[in-house]
Design a protein around this ligand. Sequence first.
Ligand SMILES: *[C@@H]1O[C@H](CO)[C@@H](O)[C@H](O)[C@H]1NC(C)=O
Ligand SMILES: *[C@@H]1O[C@H](CO)[C@@H](O)[C@H](O)[C@H]1NC(C)=O
Ligand SMILES: *[C@@H]1O[C@H](CO)[C@@H](O)[C@H](O)[C@H]1NC(C)=O
Ligand SMILES: *[C@@H]1O[C@H](CO)[C@@H](O)[C@H](O)[C@H]1NC(C)=O
Ligand SMILES: *[C@@H]1O[C@H](CO)[C@@H](O)[C@H](O)[C@H]1NC(C)=O
Ligand SMILES: CC(=O)N[C@H]1CO[C@H](CO)[C@@H](O)[C@@H]1O
Length: 929
Amino acid sequence: MNLTIRSFVLLSLFLSQSLCVKRSIDLIAAHGLISDNRLPRNVVPTFYKLEIQPIPETRTFKGTVWINMTWVTATDEIVLHADEELEINEVDVTQYVADDLTTKFSSVIPPNTKLKIKDVVRLPKKPMVIKLEKKIGEGTQSELYITYNGKMNNETSEGLFMHNYDDPVTGESKWYIASHLRPNLARSMFPCFDEPAFKVPFLVSIARYKNMNSLSNMPLEWSEASETEPKWVWDHFRQTPPMSTFTVGVVVTNFPSITYNSGGERERMPIVRVFARPDFLLSFNNTTLKVARSLKIIQKFWGTKYPLPKLDCLALPNYQAIRPADNWGLILFKESEMAGKKTWHISQELVYQWLGSLATPYWWSDAHVNNALARYLTAYTTQKINDGHETFNNWPMTMLYSIYYEFSKRYPHGKSTAIKQDSASAKTELIFRMLNYTLGEKTFRAGLQKFMSDRQYKTFFSDDIWSTLTTQARNDNVLDTSISVNEIAASWITKDRLPVLNVVRDYENKTAKIEQRVYLRERPHDVPDQDKFLWWIPLVMVREDKLNFGNSTPMMWIKKEKEIVLNDMPVSDMFIIINPEEIGPFPVNYDNKNWNMLAQYLMNDDVRTKVPVNTRAKLLHDAWNLAYAGDLCFGTALNMTLFLKYEREYLAWDPVFTMIDHIGRHIDSSEVHQKFQTYVRLLLTPLYEELGNEPEDGETEGRAHLRSSSKVFLCQAGYKPCIEEAQAAFKKWMQIGNPDEGNPVANQYICPVFKWGTKAEWEFGLQRIINFPESRKANERTYLLKTLAGCPIDSWKIEKLLNITVLQENRHFTDNDIYLIFSMLTGGANGYTTLFNFLDKNWKPLKARFEKKAHLWNSLITSATSVFKTQEGLDMVAQFYLEKQGEFGTADFVVEKALKNIKEESKWSTDNLPVIEKWLDDYLKFNQA
Ligand SMILES: *[C@@H]1O[C@H](CO)[C@@H](O)[C@H](O)[C@H]1NC(C)=O
Ligand SMILES: *[C@@H]1O[C@H](CO)[C@@H](O)[C@H](O)[C@H]1NC(C)=O
Ligand SMILES: *[C@@H]1O[C@H](CO)[C@@H](O)[C@H](O)[C@H]1NC(C)=O
Ligand SMILES: *[C@@H]1O[C@H](CO)[C@@H](O)[C@H](O)[C@H]1NC(C)=O
Ligand SMILES: *[C@@H]1O[C@H](CO)[C@@H](O)[C@H](O)[C@H]1NC(C)=O
Ligand SMILES: CC(=O)N[C@H]1CO[C@H](CO)[C@@H](O)[C@@H]1O
């Protein structure tokens, strides 16, 4: 298999994940890393006054915090967070309002007296406990005063941190200080009740040198020179609205700023400023504009103005964290991120100024839904801001394909909690999208606006969002009183699965039977209890006789029913489409006749575009994936690709590349593969030739992507011009005097050359690995080795490589190299078949060599036996297993498992190969001159 292909497919599958990176708060929620026990609720904060003095010379800071607190129930303990690294100096508790008891029964403790502290207990990883001598009564208010010292971080951009950077003009080393307190690092900057639910006002003061400036969440109120320390100035900021500890922000820099020029707009906008190093400031010229535009869209969406008087965005050199720090009113970006052409990553941070800062998830577990809604709103804002010009990763298609793929596996997510977290989030995001369509944009937005106005300056639980939507939907009469959004959402969110609808029409009686079940693609489909999985599914239908894609109101909801029957379907020569535009995240299967009507319709150039491109893509995607899963005849599915001859929109092509890869890999050991490659060439050549080899000026991302994908897949299918181009590039390398000093060939050319090229070319590559100088980057060597092993389709190349590395134990190849070679050989039938034969032939020496290296032995046996896909392969491996029984050692279980898998795969091949071949024969007969 072609490496580029594999990485391309992985790339497109995971693109959505890497683009919409999760934030620490969400990640941690899923990973359960926040193991904090909740603080007791008997003493709660009502107000903070915070003074911070960061001292750059020593990378330390001094702090003082005053916390007003109320006794909700009587207790003699105050429990709050203070990071172990904080060095606590003074602690005082002063009561300023007496409790009920003291006022009722003449005061025991007069107001404004210090309460006696018995002990301050600090244990590693535990909250700090202040033990008082006496129990204090309910209703008491007092002030906690703490002075402390801390260290600023340097290597990470977490907590309060200080980074250096070089002034590009003078070369001088400079510094700045900033804070990033998500998810629970406020405790490392000041002792506090560090849970999102304690939202109270803050009064922040920052000390800085005279030649620096400081910033915080609110605008500066006033400054004063320090009386005791002549170099220092104290900046005092305005009091904040109630907010969570993690949204507090502190910055000290001397960056200049640009302020958004509202051009005299009457709309009330906060003051938007962008700060950056002086020499970079101009490149952020347009950032204020982007920020202002996003803000307007988001505040219109929420119907709630941006709540603070100002918003500062900083571009920080050397900023180390993956995500920006979205302090309320003070967002910190990496320079490169802020300078990007796109806007979505800026919008994303702005979205969190409402969802997170203004209305805050009560606990980390509520952050899931918050995160999904923020993702949805980011997509919404990005679409609005660019009128659809910024593709935002083809939202939502790329994300949809990746969750279809993930949730239909036998074991979704494997063992990866990161993938699990991301697909759960993506799914919930799609549920928001589904609700927008099915409840209608007006209701959806009104519901969320109500939610925001109810929860602003407060916290919320996930269910609050669904409940407000339910109420709104019922008010607007778009949802029966028997249905709640909570129930609908729960049916999707609580399962690691997605449904598929199976539609079978009765053309005589004009009815359609619609059945829901779990969508399973990877075989075998033996998931336990699958009958019990049922969803609330909106039934949106488009029919050919009244073609209208504008109405996304469901004709009904399938209420966790297994099967329903629809009446009054169109006449027998008119198709229907269920779930157009991927309104809900589920595939739909039809009877063959309906599929074929769709295929016919899409072939017709005059009408095809009446079906919007996302729906065209969906039909294609669903058809081949259902066939791949064994639920649809491959002939019918391949018919759905016929319209591609005329199709030029990237989105419609997108599912095809994955199809070529998956089916190609599945059949590459059979004769059919050649025919399939011819089909691929016939499909892609006209497209590629039309797009041209070189990008056009100002072309869209879609077009560029279509060109590069079609090229990659054409090369893989042996398209002559591509191979010649690759060989020409490779030749330059072969002709230079000292080829080991560096590689002048672009990576994209290497695989085609090793795959289709000559013996001399491949052996030249082999020599380069053997002679690879230590001074060069190891990853270049790895790439070369991967392609050298993984790309060839000639057995002799693979045999030669195995002989040299494994049998002759060439000293230039390490165990890791061998491991890599074994795993690369599983990518294509020639690779693993050759490896199998090699193992069979050299059993004794190989066993002797690897017996003591279990991981290599297991890897060899796995790679050599488990990837076969045909009856022939099954017989070979079974025979081999019998002959060598008892000799496999640690790898015994590997072969047993392999046999089971091959059985499954070979059944697929027996069922589908003849059908695919027959279809390809017909296609080639018709399309080849
Ligand atoms: C905080 O406590 C002080 C007493 O030290 C009091 O004067 C002040 O009004 C309190 N602030 C708030 C917002 O409760
Ligand atoms: C920034 O904006 C100013 C004024 O609008 C303009 O003169 C300048 O060329 C812009 N610079 C860049 C890099 O866009
Ligand atoms: C800034 O925006 C203007 C007008 O919208 C545009 O012409 C210009 O290319 C943008 N500059 C940068 C650096 O993106
Ligand atoms: C929300 O739904 C409306 C139709 O009700 C649709 O026009 C709009 O594009 C949808 N918005 C998003 C972001 O999907
Ligand atoms: C179609 O309708 C006829 C008459 O109503 C009925 O006899 C027949 O069973 C129906 N066919 C199916 C497949 O339901
Ligand atoms: C990322 C960063 O700013 N690292 C700094 C840590 O501190 C040393 C000096 O103590 C600086 O040289 C680094 O640049």
